[in-house]
Design a protein around this ligand. Structure first.
Ligand code: SF4
Length: 259
């Protein structure tokens, strides 16, 4: 029997949430992990940033050395590109002076199913959140480093909104105190002096919780057999199916297999 979607046996990766919200079918049944040059290069940058933030001296050369030594963990990464991205990150005073209380933290987010969810199985999301930083007055901010170029500005904030909402909630549960804010650090913006690099969400934890209620309903729909197909230029461009001509027949096949 196929495991229940977004359950203990088949957790939904938080990093899949942007794709899942855009088109549930693009993620439904997809078990493979993210890999590729861009994804692995991003993982290498995260590795360097993690080592750097955890060390007292914040020596960029040490962090880069560790990043290069662990190449086997992200075999497709372009390490020279990762090196250049990280150097810019490590020169930013906002990062140098940051007080990080969580760094590269593996997290499991557990949510109750909706009343109409036929499975009544607990919803389980998994992922690794980049950082939680503590600012003035003890205000906690979730910071997610984005090394990709495909989304920018408000489009980027909206694209990653559900992922950040879940991490805010998960980090708050983990720490036992509210993570009030969230921001994306878009490293590609270091190349443009006019861009802020840090993009802050205008909403906080209360709105995040409302968004998560919407997510629970979408997961219930999938579990109840309604797997929406929502073609759009941005979603289909990166999807494994490559267009509705492929995903609609594939959905029929999956339904037959799982019934
Ligand atoms: S090809 Fe487009 S419509 Fe089909 S599953 Fe992928 S994103 Fe959705």
């Amino acid at each position: 029997m196929y495991p229940i979607f977004a359950s203990e046996m088949h957790p939904l990766r938080a990093s899949s949430l942007p794709d899942f919200i855009a088109c549930p079918m693009s993620v439904y049944g997809k078990m493979d992990s993210e890999s590729g040059v861009a994804a692995d290069t991003g993982t290498a940058v995260h590795q360097a940033a993690s080592v750097w933030h955890k060390s007292k001296k914040k020596d960029a050369s040490v962090a880069i050395k560790v990043m290069r030594e662990l190449h086997a963990l992200y075999p497709l990464a372009n390490l020279d590109t990762a090196d250049a991205i990280f150097q810019r990150y490590a020169n930013d005073e906002r990062n140098i002076n940051a007080t990080t209380i969580l760094i590269e933290e593996k997290i499991v987010i557990r949510l109750p199913p909706t009343e109409d969810d036929k499975t009544q199985a607990e919803i389980v999301l998994s992922g690794t959140l980049d950082q939680v930083r503590e600012g003035e007055g003890g205000i906690l901010t979730l910071v997610d480093i984005k090394t990709g170029k495909s989304h920018e500005g408000l489009d980027m904030l909206n694209h990653y909104a559900m992922q950040q909402a879940c991490y805010m909630y998960g980090a708050s549960e983990l720490l036992g105190r509210p993570v009030h804010r969230a921001a994306l650090c878009r490293t590609n913006d270091y190349e443009y002096k006019s861009r802020p690099v840090f993009w802050h969400y205008s909403w906080g934890l209360p709105i995040a919780k409302m968004m998560i209620a919407e997510l629970r309903q979408t997961i219930a729909d999938v579990r109840n057999g309604r797997i929406d197909i929502r073609p759009s230029q941005s979603a289909c461009k990166w999807c494994q199916y490559g267009g509705p001509q492929n995903c609609i027949p594939a959905r029929t096949d999956l339904d037959l297999y799982r019934s």
